[in-house]
Design a protein around this ligand. Structure first.
Ligand SMILES: O=C(O)CCC(=O)C(=O)O
Length: 294
């Protein structure tokens, strides 16, 4: 569904936009089948690795996968998907024709316990030379108020970058004590499987545990304008950086904008994923249900 000028205005005013019916039934079926296959292989896996991030209550004989990491690096289906114009057309309306993939993941909130994600700004994890940096969430299940929807704080992309540190190290969760935010203003991103939400990387967001008896899977892509360069450097080198230009052209001239930046250093005490990073915060907003195995 093509984004119109009014949608673009809405996005820049509120920091997010809902785009309906982005995935075809064929895509949705193929992605779900692939996820089922990946998750079934977590049986026998005893610790987090390059593919799996696991719930605290995961056991090799009773798998509980919390996230599939960087699916585009491990499974060709996801690289094909992320280059599909059905996904990048709306993004191009917001940040232009030259688009790079910065990262990706699939968050799986299992029925009755799937883990919450504490309030944070993605920009705090990977500040760039300009803030044409977006997060795209593709609904792989219907998402509603009951199954741990992603919630965003409207307009927060225009505000400061908050402190995401605890005990002197990055922890990936906004410091609730100093932030003074009214989270009753947060808007749940509700919609149907196959829909997509785009939000600005500076937009504050988070989500509750999944209290329902329905799983909630969200495929997340981090996309930037190709002239936005990560301030912490190129994680995987220049060739890889260029490989992930998924639309248009890359270049060697970063665009520098006057954007608020706070670097994510010293590195998080618990590395590997946002769930692990956030273990270091002693100020949790959401109830964490999944820590006990059944
Ligand atoms: O899956 C969610 O609800 C939150 C996703 C998110 O913010 C993240 O993984 O960084």
């Amino acid at each position: 569904m093509a984004l119109q000028a009014a949608d673009r205005d809405f996005f820049f005013e509120h920091g997010y936009i809902h785009v309906g019916e982005v995935l075809t039934a064929e895509w949705l079926g193929a992605i779900r089948a692939k996820i089922d296959a990946i998750v079934s292989k977590a049986r026998g896996v005893s610790d987090h690795d390059a593919v799996y991030d696991l719930e605290a209550s995961h056991r090799a004989e009773a798998p509980r996968v919390r996230r599939i990491k960087t699916p585009h690096l491990h499974f060709p289906l996801f690289e094909k998907l992320v280059r599909d114009p059905a996904l990048t057309d709306p993004v191009a309306v917001l940040i232009g024709e030259d688009i790079r993939l910065y990262g990706g993941k699939i968050n799986i909130k299992a029925a009755n316990f799937g883990a919450p994600v504490e309030w944070h700004q993605d920009w705090a994890f990977y500040p760039h030379t300009n803030d044409d940096v977006l997060t795209i969430g593709i609904f792989l299940d219907d998402m509603d108020a009951n199954n741990g929807p992603l919630c965003v704080m409207p307009g927060s992309h225009k505000g400061p970058i908050y402190d995401h540190h605890a005990e002197g190290a990055f922890c990936g969760a906004l410091d609730l004590e100093t932030a003074e935010l009214d989270f009753s203003q947060a808007v749940p991103m509700e919609g149907k499987a196959g829909d997509m939400v785009i939000f600005h990387s500076r937009c504050i967001h988070g989500s509750t545990a999944n209290l329902s008896n329905r799983q909630r899977r969200l495929l997340i892509w981090e996309m930037t304008a190709t002239d936005a360069w990560p301030l912490a450097g190129l994680r995987d080198g220049y060739e890889e950086f260029q490989h992930w230009v998924i639309r248009g052209q890359g270049g060697l001239v970063p665009r520098l904008e006057d954007v608020p930046v706070r670097m994510p250093y010293p590195l998080a005490v618990h590395g590997g994923s946002i769930y692990e990073n956030q273990r270091a915060t002693n100020r949790q907003y959401f109830e964490h249900l999944g820590d006990a195995a059944e």
